[in-house]
Design a protein. Structure first.
Lengths: 345, 298
């Protein structure tokens, strides 16, 4: 979406007449709402038009009579017409009710609410670190592309990109938590805190931080590579621009040309990528949280998968999709503030 | 993007010339050759595996090796919890991982190209609707979608393959649509129309051959991500529990306490195999892209 609006802005740039922010925001909000509605349709379709019978899955391994099965079908609303079930589903979602987990015997919304904090903590830390490292490396290697630094940075990112996240997590777990050879056990193997320690105050903060190190490191190692690639490409794109020649002709140092002229422009395409990736990052959390039993949304999904607890899976699917839609919306809004060419449409 | 430079050449030069020129240009890219070498090596191993690996060595009940043993004589990469040779399992796993990756890619490419071709050719409401559908699918997070799909379809290779195809066709669709529009703007399409070619004939006989090279490049990269997705979904427990794949090895290692036992010999090989094969496909894809589109080389 953003890319097309960007290219469309090029011819309009001559006539700088700023259209209002509110109509722009309104348009994007409508698009996001439509997107969310489609997500609901897809989520409903996947979990409703499936070949397996939820009642059988639910009662698997337990002796149940036909009458009990029929009772359960009525209770779950499985005999209602499809459109009625869809309307109930949409209505409930907007009321914040995402269904009832079979496995936890608890409402999905309350489970999601409990697990949101840990996921945001892990994602936030990992995102901040990988954006900082990725952009820095990308700028450096793009500015001197072809240099030894660039070759090392680019090939490291390419290799890390090819690594399965969960495998990297397990390796780090073996090396730094179990300990291999001379390396002692440095970090806890999983969870978010030690149950034996007090759950508040400074000790708790240090404890959580110690638990955070390995999952966060795993995510950063896998994710930062994408930022390196994007930032490097957009720096190289800007390198040929005449305004850099002007800046050099003014007698600015190479450093100043890079920092004050090339980087701000090259950052623009990267910002979109960063927000798009934040949404992806949330789902990347599934495998990392599974490996480290980090009590977040990803681990919740993993627990739901084992049963499989379909209402819980449906709920997490909707939450993940909504977070991606929100991130994309944020990307569009932030972009407008950063790039005057988009405002001039 | 790449085919705009490629397409005229492909038309003017007889095809075998174009192929040999492509091969010569490709041979000048060392990274591409390394990638191709890796893929050929794995492909040969995967194809030849049934010649030297029998059911006896992979069947949990029939094997008699030591359990979860580090590398020893006769078991160069150690053994798993059941006493199977990790080396043989990794080689056997290449078959399953490669075939799921390739089948999923074929499905992805067919789905994506069809949507892209139709959206590019019928630019009226059909094209608009198709592009909206594509955009919606792009906005969906792929891993949760794939997880939901394969959880609902049930454990197994087939449902994983479908889940991968459903979550990854969008990139191909967008590429093919853009290229279809570019090709259809060229005079020979107009000539075909004047001579009375119908919609189907234009799409299949005239546009598709010109879009094909681009599809092949993007499919190389699709295989890489499909293999990664397969491993991830299998690791999360969505694969067939009885088959030996890289993902299922890692799942068994994780679930069976190989991590707490510090059994690095069991964890390293499948992961490195995935890394090598994904890297191989990525390197080949990039090299082909560079050869077809020289403008990308700064």
């Amino acid at each position: 979406m953003t890319v097309s609006s960007l290219t469309a802005s090029a011819p309009a740039a001559k006539k700088v007449k700023s259209s209002g922010f509110l109509p722009y925001l309104g348009g994007k909000l409508v698009a996001a709402a439509v997107s969310f509605f489609v997500t609901l349709v897809i989520g409903f379709a996947i979990f409703t038009l499936m070949p397996s019978d939820p009642v059988r899955t639910l009662t698997r391994g337990r002796p149940t009579s036909e009458a009990q099965l029929a009772q359960l079908r009525i209770q779950l609303g499985l005999d209602d017409p499809l459109w009625e079930r869809f309307l109930t589903f949409v209505g409930n979602t907007f009321k914040g009710e995402l269904g009832y987990s079979w496995q936890f015997q608890q409402s999905v919304s309350s489970l999601v609410a409990d697990r949101l904090g840990p996921t945001l903590l892990l994602m936030g830390t990992a995102a901040a670190l990988s954006i900082a490292i990725g952009l820095w490396l990308g700028i450096r290697s793009g500015w001197r592309h072809g240099s030894l630094f660039d070759k090392i940075a680019s090939s490291t990112s390419l290799t890390l990109w090819s690594v399965p996240t969960f495998w990297l997590g397990m390796i780090l777990l073996v090396v730094f938590s179990v300990g291999v050879g001379p390396i002692p056990s440095l970090f806890p193997a999983g969870g978010m805190s030690e149950p034996s320690l007090p759950q508040e105050g400074w000790t708790h903060v240090v404890d959580v931080a110690r638990h955070l190190v390995l999952p966060c490191l795993t995510m950063v190692l896998v994710v930062f590579a994408q930022y390196v690639t994007v930032m490097r490409a957009s720096i190289i794109d800007e390198m040929g621009s005449p305004y850099l020649l002007t800046a050099r002709a003014k007698g600015l140092t190479d450093d100043a040309v890079r920092r004050r002229h090339a980087v701000p422009n090259a950052l623009l395409p990267s910002v979109t990528m960063i927000f798009m990736h934040l949404g992806i990052l949330v789902s990347g959390a599934i495998t990392v949280e599974a490996v480290y039993s980090w009590p977040g949304l990803g681990y919740l999904t993993y627990e739901a998968l084992k049963i499989p607890d379909l209402p819980l899976l449906q709920g997490t699917f909707i939450v993940f999709s909504a977070s991606v839609i929100i991130m994309n919306l944020l990307a569009d809004v932030v972009y407008r503030f950063l790039d005057p060419r988009v405002r001039a449409q | 993007m790449s085919a705009t430079t490629l397409a005229p050449a492909a038309l003017e030069v007889p095809r075998h010339h174009a192929v040999s020129r492509f091969c010569r240009a490709y041979a000048k890219r060392p990274a591409g050759l390394v990638g191709l070498g890796l893929l050929v090596a794995f492909g040969v191993l995967a194809l030849a595996a049934p010649l030297f690996i029998g059911d006896d060595q992979l069947n949990v009940i029939k094997v008699d090796g030591p359990q979860l043993s580090p590398p020893i004589d006769g078991y160069p990469l150690g053994t798993d919890q059941a006493g199977r040779s990790v080396l043989l399992m990794v080689i056997w796993g290449a078959r399953e991982s490669l075939s799921i990756g390739i089948i999923a890619t074929v499905l992805t490419v067919i789905l994506g190209s069809t949507v892209g071709l139709l959206a590019g050719h019928y630019q009226g409401w059909v094209g608009k609707v198709l592009m909206h559908v594509t955009d919606w699918f792009i906005a969906l997070p792929s891993l949760p979608l794939a997880i939901s799909l394969s959880a609902v379809l049930g454990q197994g290779a087939a449902s994983i393959t479908i889940a991968i195809a459903v979550t990854s066709w969008t990139a191909t669709a967008r590429l093919v649509r853009a290229q279809t529009i570019a090709v259809e703007a060229r005079p020979f399409i107009e000539r075909a129309k004047v001579l009375g070619a119908g919609n189907t004939q234009i799409m299949i006989r005239h546009v598709l051959p010109n879009v094909m090279p681009l599809i092949l490049v993007s499919s190389t990269l699709t295989v890489a991500s499909a293999i990664l997705s397969e491993a991830t979904l299998t690791f999360l427990g969505l694969g067939d529990p009885t088959s030996v794949t890289w993902g299922s090895m890692l799942q068994a290692a994780f679930g069976g306490g190989a991590v707490t036992a510090g059994a690095w010999w069991y964890l390293m090989p499948p992961g490195i195999a995935i890394l090598i094969i994904v890297l191989g496909f990525t390197l080949v894809g990039r090299a082909v892209e560079h050869v077809l589109n020289p403008r990308m080389v700064n």
